[in-house]
Ligand binder design. Structure first.
Ligand code: NAD
Ligand code: GLY
Length: 362
């Protein structure tokens, strides 16, 4: 096991550590202080549980009064009320009380639904995130956004509920399908683009190692991404303003996901292409020079993410982008890059967005 690293998410009484490293699932220090004498329910899915649930249960058995594993089905279609009910059923069947703890073992789907169930059960119980996709390790397990989907919209039912700890074992990424690994890289690139030019340069220089799943490179990508996200969340836990920068590329990305039908492009693939469009919008508005927009485009392409948007009528793009949670009073707001290597949300005229999409589709 290589040395693990800790990143603190500073949120007063809701502060917690992210423990990241190769082999941390089996490291007693990573679990220290969690679940002493309480019942734990590990929530996972039919793909991840056979791979890692035994190791997580073993780690918990030494400290908890009881440990059980619940397997949900795999996929976004399981991020629904039925899964929350299954978790609550399992907790009640075991007589779980307010001191009980949930452990989310899996990607962002398992993390989001388990976190939401933890926020709801007896008005809120503890949970630990054990993310096993790159996307979950660098993004969704951190920051306390939990949600399930509604037939009329993704993530429409949810709560802010911070985990007690995040235990991110980069060794688990060795079994991740390559397409999922690449999708997770989009969120890593996002963190460099919005907050840290040196990190962006590091990603450029180490892309081959990341794509080849070098453990040390992946650990650095996870730790630096978590440091950047932790700082943003510490300043704006409930997304009153600055946290919106974590949505760089997401306004275009969500339009792609919804327009094509969820799952056709993975979230990270849509975000990758969305970042290219948002970088071009930043250049079109004179906030960055064209070279910087080209740099983002090159990195997204070299990572193996799509840079050409899917063919959709421009009117359809605008309609879908209006559903973005950042829209205010019907006007579109985008997270845009600036010359200082940071980002902020700005209102952008519909005509400019139409021109930009039209040019990208030509
Ligand atoms: P996912 O959870 O569907 O996982 C992707 C696939 O990889 C699944 O088939 C899963 O079973 C499999 N898998 C997971 N770990 C594996 C491993 N180690 N080895 C082999 N297979 C493995 O997808 P995701 O990309 O992790 O998460 C996407 C979800 O995250 C979306 O629902 C999105 O809305 C949400 N999200 C939430 C936040 C947040 O802040 N809460 C942020 C970004 C995304
Ligand atoms: N993934 C965006 C956020 O957590 O705010």
């Amino acid at each position: 096991m290589s040395g693990s690293q800790r990143v603190r998410v500073e949120l007063a009484s809701r502060s917690y550590d992210i423990v990241a490293g190769n082999g941390v699932l089996d490291d007693a220090a990573a679990w220290e202080g969690l679940g002493r004498g309480v019942q734990a329910l590990v929530v996972s899915n039919t793909t991840v549980a056979p791979l890692y649930a035994q190791r997580v249960s073993d780690a918990l058995k030494t400290r908890c009064s009881g440990v059980a594993v619940l397997e949900l089905g795999d996929g976004e279609s399981h991020k629904v009320w039925g899964s929350v009910e299954a978790i609550v059923d399992a907790l009640l069947a075991r007589g779980a009380d307010r001191a009980s703890m949930l452990v989310a073992l899996g990607g962002g789907v398992v993390g989001d639904v388990t976190g939401f169930a933890a926020a709801c059960y007896m008005r809120g119980i503890d949970y630990v995130q054990v993310p096993t996709t790159l996307l979950a390790q660098v993004d969704s397990s951190v920051g306390g956004k939990t949600a399930i989907n509604h037939p009329l919209g993704k993530n429409m039912i949810g709560a802010f509920h911070q985990p007690l700890r995040v235990i991110a074992d980069v060794d688990t990424l060795r079994t991740l399908p390559q397409r999922e690994l690449v999708a997770g890289l989009a969120e890593v690139i996002k963190h460099g683009a919005i907050a840290d030019d040196d990190f962006l340069a590091w990603i450029e220089a180490n892309l081959a190692l990341l794509l080849g799943r070098d453990a040390a490179a992946l650990q650095h990508a996870v730790v630096r991404s978590c440091e950047i996200k932790a700082a943003v969340v510490a300043d704006d836990e409930r997304e009153a303003g600055q946290r919106e920068v974590l949505n760089f590329g997401h306004t275009f990305g969500h339009a792609i996901e919804a327009g094509l039908g969820f799952g056709v492009w993975l979230h990270g693939e849509a975000v990758g292409c969305g970042m290219v469009l948002a970088a071009r919008a930043s250049a079109a508005l004179g906030l960055i020079d064209g070279d910087r927009a080209d740099r983002v485009t090159r990195l997204v392409a070299n990572a193996g993410l799509p840079v050409r948007p899917p063919d959709m009528a421009v009117d359809r793009w605008i309609e879908l982008m209006r559903h973005d949670k950042k829209s205010r009073g019907g006007s579109l707001r985008l997270v845009l890059l600036d010359a200082a290597g940071s980002a902020r949300t700005r209102a952008v005229g519909e005509d400019r967005i139409r021109d930009l999409i039209g040019a990208a589709l030509r």
